[in-house]
Write a protein that binds this ligand. Structure first.
Ligand code: BDR
Ligand code: CA
Length: 311
């Protein structure tokens, strides 16, 4: 019996967030204990409704969802509806969830859960870092209460995806990102565009998911949330940014990392840029075994004909 890694996932669901939720729900290596939501790809009411709908669709109706930050720490919201659509899920039609959100808000839930199991939990943040920055302000001991923090964000040696310099999750709340990425966590791994843009869902896997029929809810989720990207935008593949962050928490050997300090630029034309800036302990990913990751992803979601997850 393998020990399962207890995870909290902080999301702004979002197409690839939905795929990250599916990976976390299905992998035997993870125990998804809670999901926190926040504004990012779209507003927090929408990301929360999407998160509940995705979890329910996957049968994970017992995973509590805690609504979090409705806006960045100190700036006007910036969303990514231009990619994820105004509904955040690329036009996918999932039944609305009938259950409610948890009693405490996202940052409070992170503090409560980490305090109850000191040194055990891994927090994976795949949206802007607002919830975590608030949680750090509320509980300064949080960095050592967590076993590991994995962040999907940043662009170190590649161009950004919002501006030539900035990746979306960092650009959406650079103040929160600067705070989080300069905090000394027990272990902090940053999974940026340098590696996530090496990992994409090929059209062939999406087509296969679409042909698996209605009896396979996970395949249907993949088929629905990626449809707009493949059909209307004509993309050849869809980046698996957020699923890679989940996989990195469970199988760290997927990544090559370099330990460094990280600077986040908060103003000017390079606002939202991330830079390695000298000696430090942030594990910034610069390489990924993309083939192994895609195999793990497709097997865990049973998209490859295999029914057994490998993570
Ligand atoms: C990140 O930005 C969001 O749009 C995606 O969900 C992902 O978390 C990629 O830059
Ligand atoms: Ca996201």
């Amino acid at each position: 019996m393998i020990d399962r890694i207890p995870l909290i996932l902080d999301v702004d669901t979002g197409i690839d967030d939905a795929l990250a939720l599916a990976l976390a729900v299905h992998t035997p290596a993870a125990e998804l204990i809670a999901v926190t939501t926040l504004a990012g790809n779209v507003g927090v009411e929408r990301t929360t409704a999407n998160t509940l709908a995705v979890l329910d669709w996957l049968g994970a109706t017992d995973v509590p969802v805690h609504r979090g930050a409705s806006r960045p720490l100190a700036r006007a919201p910036r969303d990514a509806a231009y990619f994820h659509d105004v509904d955040g899920l690329g036009g996918a039609k999932l039944p609305s969830s009938r259950r409610g959100v948890g009693a405490d808000r996202g940052p409070a839930a992170i503090v409560r859960l980490a305090s109850a199991r000191p040194g055990e939990l891994t927090l994976v943040c795949v949206g802007p870092l607002t919830n975590l920055a608030i949680a750090l302000n509320v509980e300064p001991a949080l960095p050592t209460l967590l076993r590991e923090l994995v962040v999907m964000g940043g662009a170190f040696n590649v161009p950004g995806n919002v501006t030539p310099h900035a990746e979306f999750n960092i650009f959406a709340d650079p103040d929160a990102a600067a705070q989080v990425l300069s905090t000394a966590f027990t272990r902090l791994t940053v999974v940026g565009l340098d590696v996530t843009q090496e990992t994409a869902l090929p059209r062939s896997v999406w087509e296969a998911a679409g042909s698996m029929g209605t009896a396979h809810p996970t395949a249907r989720l993949v088929a629905e949330v990626c449809r707009q990207a493949f059909v209307e935008r004509g993309l050849a593949s869809v980046y698996l940014h957020d699923p890679l962050a989940v996989a990195a928490a469970l199988a760290p050997s997927l990544l090559l990392v370099e330990e460094t300090a990280v600077e986040v630029l908060r103003e000017g034309t390079e606002e939202g840029a991330t830079r390695a800036s000298g000696a430090g302990s942030v594990r910034v990913a610069h390489g990924v075994d993309a083939e192994r990751f895609l195999q793990l992803f497709t097997e865990t979601l049973s998209l490859s004909g295999s029914t057994k997850g490998s993570l």
